[in-house]
Design a protein around this ligand. Structure first.
Ligand SMILES: C[S@@+](CC[C@H](N)C(=O)[O-])C[C@H]1O[C@@H](n2cnc3c(N)ncnc32)[C@H](O)[C@@H]1O
Length: 201
């Protein structure tokens, strides 16, 4: 019997039902959605199955994640999810030259700040004018954490890798603006997270 390579990220089951209605509203009805940092792949199959008019393109930079995403796609029998791409946002060229929208969940705080810059630069390159970049995760606002639990989480992240950390929303907004991506909407989410909707000018 083949080894089951599916990974399980329990947070995906907790946040997906809150994220879905926002994606339903801000994503196009058809086209290719490139997901950055898909991780286990649980979001990819859930969102693809819930948004049947879209072609979902998961990606990640880690081999174990790619194996898990493949395993989830096979397990779920999802037909509108492509096999995952090896995509490091920092690469000078991404394996997909065009996407109708981008989705990036819980990556910005889980990677160095340079990766956020690379994500925004890459997004501006592959999105059409008016295309959406959706980001989800915790952020500081006005130089402060939005909750004690986020402050603890930030310390935990920095112990794991000093380059990781909960970012200032304003920093991400300014970096995005410099790339031609306007922060159009900020939506407070459960568990002290935010949905950020950027639109390419
Ligand atoms: C905390 S996990 C989130 C995974 C998934 N999106 C979720 O919400 O469960 C962060 C993910 O970002 C990916 N990642 C980190 N740095 C990256 C980079 N430079 N390019 C692409 N993906 C990256 C990691 O491999 C990991 O899968």
């Amino acid at each position: 019997m083949p080894i089951d390579q599916r990974q399980f990220a329990p947070a995906t089951a907790r946040n997906r039902d809150f994220i879905l209605p926002i994606l339903q509203r801000v994503l196009p009805e058809s086209g290719t959605i490139l997901e950055i940092g898909s991780g286990s792949g649980e979001h990819a199959v859930f969102f693809a199955q819930s948004l049947a008019g879209l072609n979902w393109q998961p990606s990640d930079t880690h081999a174990e994640a790619l194996n898990s995403i493949r395993a989830w796609i096979e397990y779920a029998g999802a037909t509108n999810v492509a096999m995952p791409l090896l995509l490091d946002v920092g690469a000078s060229a991404w394996p997909l030259a065009h996407a109708d929208a981008l989705v990036c969940i819980n990556v910005i705080h889980y990677s160095p700040l340079e990766s956020t810059t690379a994500l925004l630069t890459g997004a501006a390159r592959v999105l059409p004018p008016g295309g959406v970049l959706y980001c989800y995760g915790p952020y500081r606002r006005g130089g402060r954490h939005t909750s004690p639990s986020n402050e603890e989480f930030d310390a935990w992240l920095k112990q794991r890798d000093p380059r990781f950390g909960v970012r200032d929303m304003e920093t991400v907004e300014d970096e995005a603006a410099a790339c031609g991506l306007r922060l159009e909407e900020v939506i407070a989410m459960p568990a002290n997270n935010f949905s950020l909707v950027f639109r390419r000018n």
